[in-house]
Every structure is written in C-alpha cells, then in structure tokens.
Design a protein around this ligand. Structure first.
Ligand SMILES: *Cc1c(COP(=O)(O)O)cnc(C)c1O
Length: 389
C-alpha cells in the first residue's frame, strides 16, 4: 500500500487520538529505524521508553520466539514458568516481596491504588482512602490513573472523576504536610515527571514523603513506568533518592516492546490483594514475560553503568549546543529546554533529517534505547545540532 493510501485509511478508520508524525515505520535494528522507502532514522525515542534493548535485539527475539512457539497464553488460572521467574528476578533485584502483573502502566497504577486503599481499609476501616499525588504528574489514561494525574488538560471533558484524590505542588514539603491528613492512605509520585516535562523531584522532598508515610502508616507508591528498568542508570530511579517505597509500578521498558506492566509490593502490601480482588486476562502473559526476563538478564551492573555514562555524554553534548537553555532528567531520560525555538517544530524538522525524538510540554524529550552506541548518539546529535541552527 502506498504511504498516501495508508495515511488515508488510518485517518478514516482509526480513532484520531494521536497526532501522528509523517513517517511510516517499516523495520528497525538497534537504535536505527527504517521507513517504507528505506530512509534511515536514528531513534532517540525507544517507542516512548519501551524498546530498552532497541529494535529486534537478537537475544530478546530469541527469548520471545522461543516462548511464542511453545505456549503463547493460557490465562492466570494456570501456572507458567516465565511469569514466576520474572517475579523472582524483580523481587530479588529490588528487595520488594511480590509482584502483580498487568499489561500497561495505567493498569499497573490501578493495581497499586486499589491495593493501597484495601490496605488501609482492612487495617483502619472504610474512610482512610485519600490519595495524594502531585500537580503536573502523569499516571495513565484509565479513570483512576487519570484522576491521579494532576493535570487539568487531561481531565477536561471527562468529569466526574473518582473522589478523595488531592494534588500537591512538587518539591513543596510544607504543602505536602498540609495535604496529607488522617484520612490519607497513600502518596503516589514519579521520581522524574516524564510527560510533565522531564522534571526531576528534589531528594529532600521525596524523603519527606517517605517519612510522612512511615509516620502515618500510609503507602508510598512510586510510579516508575517511565523512569524504571534501567532508564536512569539504576534499575529503578527511586534508588537515586535513598528511599524504600511500599509499591513500585513499572511498564514501558520492562517488556522490551511487548505490552506488560505491573506493581511490586513491599512487606506491607504484599498480601493485601486476594483471589477475586483484582485481575486481568492477559497480565503476565508468558511471551511478554519471556521478553522481560531477557531485558532484566541483560541489565547487569555494567549495563547500568554504561547507561549512566552514555546519559552523561549525551547531556554534556546537548548542554554545549548554543540553542540549548538547560537539560533536565537523569541517565538516558533527558529533557531539553530551548532558548528561542519551539520544541515541537524542532522535533518535526529532526524527523525530516533522520532523527526520531519526542517532546514533553515545551521540551524536547530524549529516551533512546539503552543499548544505543556512541556512534549513533553522535549521529543523532549532529542532526539535532543541524536542525537547531
Ligand atoms: C506512560 C506512563 C503511564 C501510562 O502507561 P500506559 O502503558 O500508557 O498505560 C503511567 N505513568 C507514567 C509515569 C508514564 O510515563
């Protein structure tokens, strides 16, 4: 099908929820994507932080195809080894106790928030159910995750939302202390607000949230859907902040390209959800789990160190560009503020020149595959530099 016909068909028959770029992806290898005309693009997006090992990594493909030719799905009514092994790997690497598997980030957060409410409900009775999240946060598009998302622009047209959510300004400890009450069951936050514009939280604010949670027996939920699975140079970004969360949610990067997410539960919440309380037909699908196991297997200390080093390299090169005002983020999750140019226009122009990048608010957002080479980073940087001039 010609690109023109495809675009027409897509626009006529698919609900128009995405403003797509003018590129039809055909195949990819590592950090390089090819369109249907054979044009090459350096990938600084990893499918929005999903393709941790890049396109069609050999080990990952082998793990996934090995599983898909053996057993593609059987439902959570039965045991499957990839799921149990993935849970073992995740708990071993984090020190958290149990995992609930879902299919996406929003669902991971739904599970976390349900568990937090049930924890308080079981322990203190019905009315301790308020959840504090942050302004400018993003937690997903399903109704509870959307309620938790502290951005009015996402809420418009979808009222009414769930009750008993309250939003706090980030990095404002006094406000957090005011917003937390005797009726609060959980505080939920991202360590770097991704969709909110790659905004880092302050360490003392995050630690204050943790100590409030300890004082009042509330659960600290860290949404690592974007920051997790090696993205910031640690397996999870909370490790940079010296805290121990009660619940950690993950999705994007874990599957290496297949839909899987979940919530890791520490001691307090590990046994809160019981048979019948929550569930999903696909969650922890064996093919997705086999891919995720390979992603985690590859992510050893040397791999994470390499991510941190490449992140520092990319940041330094970006900061040296004349048009760049500042760079936020950590590791290979970076937000670039520009002095005069419009980020969306720059990203569109970069695509024309063979570089895939993202935006977040008024910044350029870069989430390259974690396996990207220095050579590919340089190629992408060169295009960005050209476009910025
Ligand atoms: C992307 C994202 C989500 C939502 O994940 P989906 O898989 O799109 O449902 C939730 N939280 C954060 C921090 C995200 O970046």
């Amino acid at each position: 099908m010609s690109n023109r016909n495809l675009k027409k068909l897509d626009q006529e028959k698919i609900v128009n929820t995405y403003a797509r770029y003018n590129m039809e992806a055909d195949h990819g290898k590592g950090a390089v994507c090819f369109d249907t005309e054979g044009k090459e693009y350096i990938d600084f997006t990893a499918g929005i932080g999903v393709n941790s090992l890049g396109f069609c990594d050999e080990g990952w493909v082998k793990a996934v195809t090995g599983q898909i030719t053996k057993l593609q799905h059987v439902s959570n009514l039965f045991y499957t080894e990839p799921q149990a092994r993935l849970a073992e790997a995740l708990t071993k690497r984090t020190g958290l106790q149990k995992v609930y598997f879902a299919n996406s980030g929003a669902e991971a957060n739904e599970a976390a928030m349900k568990a937090a409410r049930k924890y308080s409900n079981n322990k203190y009775g019905n009315d301790i159910n308020w959840i504090v999240t942050l302004e400018n946060s993003f937690h997903g598009r399903t109704m509870a995750a959307l309620t938790a998302t502290g951005q009015a622009s996402y809420h418009k047209d979808f009222y009414p939302f769930l009750g008993h959510y309250v939003y706090c300004r980030r990095n404002d400890i006094e406000e957090l202390e005011r917003k937390v009450t005797d009726k609060t069951c959980a505080i939920m936050m991202e360590m770097i607000q991704g969709e909110g514009g790659v905004v880092n939280l302050d360490k003392d604010f995050v630690q204050a949230a943790e100590s409030l949670c300890r004082q009042k027996d509330m659960l600290l939920i860290i949404d690592e859907v974007q920051t997790g699975i090696g993205r910031t140079g640690k397996l999870f970004a909370y490790e940079h902040f010296g805290i121990k969360p009660d619940i950690v949610t993950f999705a994007k990067g874990i599957g290496g390209g297949l839909p899987i997410g979940g919530a890791l539960f520490g001691e307090k919440a590990a046994d809160v959800l019981k048979p019948g309380n929550h569930g999903t037909t696909y969650g922890g699908n064996p093919v997705a789990c086999a891919g995720a196991l390979e992603v985690l297997r590859r992510m050893d200390d040397a791999f994470l160190k390499d991510v941190a080093e490449k992140g520092a390299y990319l940041r330094e090169k970006l900061e040296a560009l004349a048009e760049v005002e500042s760079v936020s983020g950590m590791g290979l999750m970076l937000g670039v503020s520009l002095k005069t140019k419009d980020a969306k226009q720059v990203v569109s122009a970069a695509l024309e020149q063979g570089l895939m990048a993202l935006t977040a608010k008024n910044k350029i957002r870069l989430l390259p595959p974690l396996t990207i080479t220095y050579e590919e980073l340089d190629k992408g940087l060169k295009i960005l530099e050209y476009v910025l001039k």
